[in-house]
Design a binder for this molecule. Structure first.
Ligand code: ISE
Length: 348
């Protein structure tokens, strides 16, 4: 789908994309052909061949092998970080150094301590420039659930349930990776839907996948409670084998709301009914990624990003750290108490 406004004569912000794997390519292609008000100015990747192929597909953007050089380049006004997780925080800090707005893929960092450095740098700067790629907040199904809950139709929400299943494993993963790379989305969803911080977590898991080391839990179940006395249950299964599926249910005092099944044809044949399942997050959240990028670009036109911020990135990692402590210790863990600085609406 090409956005017709793309070709209109409107002012365009020049965006550089760091990382040209699956996520970076999708963001670059959205910027190039679907999002109004932006142009793909540059891409960066250590893999020059991959970067060149993407640049050629997307209107011959400039190519960098060094992400820092892309960030520093005068032709780049805003940056998307979609490189490996470990690089997110250092590159976000570099963007803050050059006062460039940045849409940073989740997780904001590989630990809460590293994410706090980004928060502190933003506080020091005195303005928000970082948005974190929690794209589910833009998914029409998730937004519909959020709106239904906010309308009060089911009364006060008392329980959040989330399920998150990946079709197949990535080789060499660890139990900690499952939390930081996958469950991080569900921790953000819990905070977003309940409007409260996570206070305590208890994580259990099992290994279902012979291709992984025995101590790697590819199926994890989290029980949690929040600062306002609500509860949550998150299932993350990164080796479901059957397809990619993400959903939420909110149980309220007078009813429940949950994400509708993905739209698509129900085929009946040979005395069976079937519906195609999505393969991965790029397919399932295609619309969400596009809306996320469009709204980010528009918000920059108005001076600052309005989506999930560095504090959301940090708070989700504080909860993730507690999940990791729980899976290692086998016991429930308190989540460190949060005190947001004034920049993020708090008194700290
Ligand atoms: C992946 O990195 C993502 O961000 C997806 O949204 C998530 O569902 C998947 O589990 C992660 O590995």
């Amino acid at each position: 789908m090409v956005n017709p406004e793309k070709s209109a004569e409107i002012e365009q912000i020049s965006v550089g994309v760091v990382g040209t794997g699956g996520m970076g390519s999708m963001h670059a292609e959205n910027l190039h052909s679907r999002v109004a008000g932006a142009r793909l100015a540059a891409v960066a990747d250590v893999d020059a061949t991959r970067a060149k192929k993407l640049a050629e597909r997307c209107g011959y953007a400039a190519i960098f092998q060094d992400a820092v050089e892309l960030i520093q380049d005068d032709s780049v006004e805003a940056v998307v970080i979609a490189s490996p997780d470990l690089t997110h925080a250092p590159l976000a800090l570099e963007c803050l150094e050059y006062e460039k707005p940045v849409l940073c893929e989740k997780p904001l960092a590989d630990s809460a301590d590293a994410a706090l450095k980004v928060v502190e740098a933003e506080v020091e700067l005195g303005r928000k420039l970082v948005q974190v790629g929690f794209m589910r907040r833009y998914d029409p199904q998730h937004v519909a659930v959020k709106e239904a809950v906010a309308s009060g139709v089911v009364g006060a929400p008392v329980l959040f349930k989330g399920w998150h299943r990946n079709a197949g494993i990535e080789p060499g993963i660890t139990s900690e990776w499952v939390v930081i790379n996958a469950t991080i989305h569900d921790l953000d969803s819990t905070r977003w839907f309940l409007g409260q911080e996570i206070e305590e977590v208890y994580v259990r898991g099992v290994n279902t996948e012979p291709a992984l080391a025995e101590d790697v839990w590819d199926l994890q179940l989290i029980q949690l409670s929040t600062t306002g006395g609500r509860m949550g249950a998150i299932e993350t299964y990164v080796a479901s084998g059957y397809g990619y599926e993400v959903g939420v249910e909110l149980v309220g005092e007078q009813g429940t709301v949950h994400t509708a099944p993905p739209a698509g044809a129900l085929v009946r044949r040979d005395r069976a009914a079937s519906q195609r399942m999505e393969n991965d997050w790029l397919e399932r959240f295609d619309t969400a990624y596009m809306i996320e990028m469009q709204q980010w670009v528009e918000s920059l036109g108005h001076g600052r990003p309005t989506g999930p911020d560095a504090w959301d990135g940090y708070a989700s990692l504080v909860a993730a750290d507690a999940c990791i402590a729980s899976l290692r210790s086998g016991s429930p863990q308190r989540v460190a108490k949060l005190d947001p600085p004034a920049l993020y609406g708090g008194e700290g």
